[in-house]
Design a protein around this ligand. Structure first.
Ligand code: SF4
Ligand code: SF4
Length: 114
């Protein structure tokens, strides 16, 4: 399940440089201009950061828990119920995003459903 950012975001930028997949953008428009899809309703009006569900893998293969969740000071990075994915699907996505990298499959957030 990809994560999404809620309206509580304070635009602090702590999450953006930590994402292994460059899935976080400063605004919805910025993500879309770069060709990445964002969940319906997330970041409308371009006032908060957003996560593209096409790129987010819950950090599987890299970290034991989502980095954005770990660093966010206001706990506004949450699972996006519109995009449920199994651990295997997330790992497959991560392999496609990082074809030249060895992923540690034991690194998987317990929040992953399925
Ligand atoms: Fe990026 Fe990981 Fe957060 Fe997804 S969970 S947006 S991959 S830091
Ligand atoms: Fe928004 Fe949290 Fe990211 Fe800061 S760390 S920009 S508050 S989502």
């Amino acid at each position: 399940m990809a994560l999404m950012i809620t309206e509580e975001c304070i635009n602090c930028d702590a999450c953006l440089p930590e994402c292994p997949n460059e899935a976080i953008f400063e605004t919805r428009s910025q993500a879309e201009e770069k060709g990445h899809k964002v969940s319906e309703g997330q970041g409308e009006g371009d006032e908060i950061y957003v996560i593209s569900y096409e790129l987010c893998t819950e950090c599987v293969g890299f970290h034991d828990q989502p980095k954005c969740v770990e660093v966010c000071p206001v706990d506004c990075c949450v699972p996006d119920p519109k995009h449920p994915e199994t651990k295997e699907a997330l790992l497959e996505k991560a392999r496609k995003l990082h074809p030249d990298q060895e992923l540690d499959e034991s690194k998987c957030w317990e929040g992953v459903r399925g």
